[in-house]
Design a binder for this molecule. Sequence first.
Ligand code: NAD
Length: 392
Amino acid sequence: MVIKPKVRGFICTTAHPTGCAKHVQEQIDYVKTKTTTQEGPKNVLVIGCSNGYGLASRITAAFGCKANTLGVMFEKEPSERRTASAGWYNTVALEKAAKAEGLYAESLNTDAFSAEAKDQVIAKIKENMGKVDLIVYSLGAPRRKDPVSGEVYSSTLKPIGQSVTRKNLNTDTREVSEITLEPASEEEIFNTVKVMGGEDWEMWIDALMQADVLAEGVKTTAYTYIGKELTWPIYGGATIGKAKEDLDRASKEINQKLAGALHGASFVSVLKALVTQSSSAIPVMPLYISALYKVMKEQGTHEGCIEQIFGLFTEQLYSASDLNLDNVGRIRMEDNELAANVQEKVAEIWTQVTTDNLDELTDFAGYQAEFFKLFGFGFEDVDYEADVDPVV
Ligand code: NAD
């Protein structure tokens, strides 16, 4: 099959196996150019391991720390007529590269919110790892079936309290126009917290603790975004922000449980905004990210998933120095994004940007190139006219 990108709105419905493998290899190569002297984790569970920040976490653990990794993902398998989703191909490539280095790497394609997923993971840990010393929680999911009640909750991306009108970029048509988002109902806020809040993270840690598969000194982290004025009404102060606040609550609870006999610890890590399958679905974010990339690339402070996560591991989670936490106890990796001179420049672009000057004022070209790379497209040394087998 000759595989070309097929974009529908903010998603690409095809993925290229060779290109996805290149994307994974690029990140492996980045980690390998760095040397770490610190002790890293040895047996790592990544929940949401196949794309974006979770994939970068797994790559950092495996190729930066020589850790065995077990991953959980929710991806579409390939068939003779249809490509798999990108995360499937990423995971195939990652497992192959890890095994070539003698590392254990296995992945379960299953709904992380279910009780079955937890049972399967525990069985795999017992069989192949003994105990885990790091659990990364990196899910970006639109819905969750509660494993106890069976009820299905959907998350919404809406402001809270009042409607919000903001500039927005339609990444498909390249048009900049205003959109108005109506405020969420109480039920929509509750449902979003159910999906993207900390309840499932706590359930994972409880299940792993009960099964006695957590190592002494175990660490766990979940990822969040906070942002500033420009994105606050649609992220930090909106339904998704409420869910992210719930991660802070969950982290405190988990910390208490882990701090006892296991001498473990739990952290919420705040990461910078960048292009992933999840962020491209959030209104306003693509325009903000395009403007942010322009400013941060000009300043030489731009980072992608792998740079952020490598920094998180080496400068914070496994650094020899003390952790640098904010007043809520979170790890902050997005200082460069939130710096006043960056936010001011982004705000300036924001007031001026139109459909006509989009390419001149923002790095939409960079945004798009990264978006296509998420699906394995746009790599110079991949022959996109070649006939490839989608089933890998
Ligand atoms: P992503 O879309 O790139 O990856 C999401 C992952 O979750 C994939 O591996 C997918 O397979 C997995 N997943 C989704 N539903 C699942 C399910 N039911 N069961 C098992 N696996 C499932 O997302 P991302 O942008 O890397 O986001 C990961 C985390 O990082 C999120 O909590 C997000 O809020 C946070 N974060 C993202 C950004 C950003 O700009 N992208 C910034 C800061 C924090």
